[in-house]
Design a protein. Structure first.
Length: 185
């Protein structure tokens, strides 16, 4: 087979993160404006390339005051770094549906290598609506990628202490990215 090109369908692609809060629970946040692309050959998955850009200004945790704090220089500093990027350049296939995707993640202007565990969820031909007309079918593919990163590696280091030496925000952040990719015509 030949290399195919895909784009991330922004209405059905998003990133979520989970951080330990006050030593006892987790706080989750969502980032919906994810733009991206995938170039892949099913016969040579190790040659796949992934590019993604996330609009960090739209972080949403369900609590407006916390969202503003996350946008501030204490955390994401979106005034100076409104987008995050990922450029995946190394793929290792573990099974027919499981892969490791390594690439460079940039948050707050700091770039570090990150490896995502990726599960391929399959493909399907679906309708494709534009201007009220179905121009389909279009081939869609689904992926779920997860990683655990240390927020301090990216300069996201604000914290405060609580009773008995605890902290407000844990160091490790769980990241999940759900991708619905559409094959380009």
């Amino acid at each position: 087979m030949a290399t195919t090109k895909w784009f991330f369908e922004p209405g059905h692609t998003g990133a979520e993160f989970r951080a330990r809060h006050m030593m006892v629970t987790h706080v989750r946040g969502a980032l919906k404006n994810v733009q991206g692309s995938l170039e892949a050959d099913p016969d040579a998955p190790e040659a796949a390339r992934v590019e993604a850009t996330i609009d960090a200004t739209q972080v949403y945790t369900g609590q407006p005051q916390r969202d503003e704090h996350l946008r501030s220089a204490d955390f994401f500093d979106v005034e100076h770094h409104p987008t995050w990027t990922f450029s995946g350049t190394e793929v290792r296939q573990l099974s027919p549906t499981d892969f490791l995707l390594t690439g460079d993640l940039t948050v707050r202007g700091v770039t570090r290598p990150v490896t995502f565990d990726v599960t391929y969820l399959g493909q399907w031909d679906t309708p494709w609506w534009e201007d009220g007309r179905d121009l389909g079918p279009r081939r869609r593919a689904g992926f779920c990628a997860t990683a655990r990163i240390n927020r301090h590696d990216f300069g996201v280091s604000w914290n405060d202490t609580v009773d008995r030496g605890g902290v407000v925000v844990g160091d490790m952040i769980d990241v999940t990215v759900d991708v619905e990719a559409v094959r380009e015509s």
